[in-house]
Ligand binder design. Sequence first.
Ligand code: ADP
Length: 474
Amino acid sequence: MKVIHLSAECYPVAKIGGLGDVAGALPKYLNQLGVEAMVVMPFYERKFVQENAFDTVFRATSLMGDRPFYFEILKEKTKKLGFDLYILKIPGLLDRTEVYGYDDDVERFTAFQLAFLDWMLWSGEQVDVIHCHDHQTGLVPFLLYYSSRYTSLSNIRTVFTIHNGQYHGAFGWEKFNYLPDVDPWKTGLLDWNGGINPLASAVRCADAFTTVSPSYLLELTSNSNGLEYLFELEKAYGTGIINGIDYDVWDPENDPMIVTHYDTENVALKKAFNKAFLCGQFGFSPDKPLFTFIGRLVAEKGADLLPGIFRQIFADIENPVNVLILGSGEAATEHELSALKEAFPGRYNAYIGYNEELAHRIYAGADFILMPSRVEPCGLNQLYALRYATIPVVNSTGGLKDTVIDISEPDGYGIRCEAATVDAVFTGIKRAIELFQNTAALQLLYPQTMSLDFSWARSAKEYIHLYHSLKPKS
Ligand code: ADP
């Protein structure tokens, strides 16, 4: 079976969040399980592309509306990522440094999808399944099945995975002419609320759709930025499959980015070395519990709650904790979190920006990771944290609900808060401080969390099962 993953991100080529992690790992594990999986992604002017060798395997000119555009498909020469990586370059659209955030993102990703399909059409590349990820690839199932241009490809089955249902990539009908000839009776499958909505269209047109956790599939029926009714109607076609983590990249025994390696036998001692190093770097005292937050500073992640939570912790001298933030996002939250550095020196620090190495060092050195997310489709941070014996303190939502068992439950290993509010998280932090003070109980959790199976091998098998069950939807 041959599967193409179509994604805007793929680690280590370009990663903004969990989508990049998944697209960079799932295909590798599928290959190990006998599925021929590859990735097709847009070209970005980034380090990986500059430092690695590619062959140009295809060149053509395509059309978006009345705008012809030239594109090239580059293939990474060595298969070093564990799968064939194809990068689609479109001069003027897909040759920039950033992944998202341009005024013409609609044109960039529409052209990406059209060029991909034209490549499939003209190259005669045989493929069984096209697995699309998030809205940037959401037009593909509709075009495959309802555009006369691609009729010869319509025997290819499709899966659409939602990594984040809050973003839909919607645009106005005035851009409908970007698409090639489509069946006029089917254009309603593109529409949601009077606009073209790639995410909604993919949910309706792909043979199956998945979310990255079972709980998130249910939550989309009540919280999906306007698509709730759609998910109520379509949920029977959906499956929740928890993401795995790439044990080749996230492994405290071999991680080249951390200061001292450790395993389940020596974790207590060696984790303390990692913590001491981190504390030295950020001016903390290692004998206090170190709480961290890593991620996008956006409301979805509850990042706006953090300043209030920390003020409440630091107001009470009975709470001798240290806090380290790594993230970037909304300007107001970035500003507030930076300002706290001056207010609480020696107790609080923040690195505003993206830093992969520091993220690894924090997972290795922190005691607790805070995830007060309002929405969390799967969440990878808690899985990485557990792998590095850092205890998650999470709001019970989405994938966090599916992966973190509270310490009050049998075999529990994390702390669940009842809501994404300052008070609920504060209560969670107080429980974490109590756990920290009980060194024996805390250290008993270390080997347990490190041994939990959140491997891709497990999740990849669920995807393979799904691929084999695919049938045309109508
Ligand atoms: P999302 O995809 O919603 O942002 P996930 O939890 O699925 O959230 O994935 C986040 C990924 O991005 C994790 O690998 C996390 O370590 C990483 N990450 C997020 N922000 C940063 C940052 N500022 N520096 C380094 N890594 C980050």
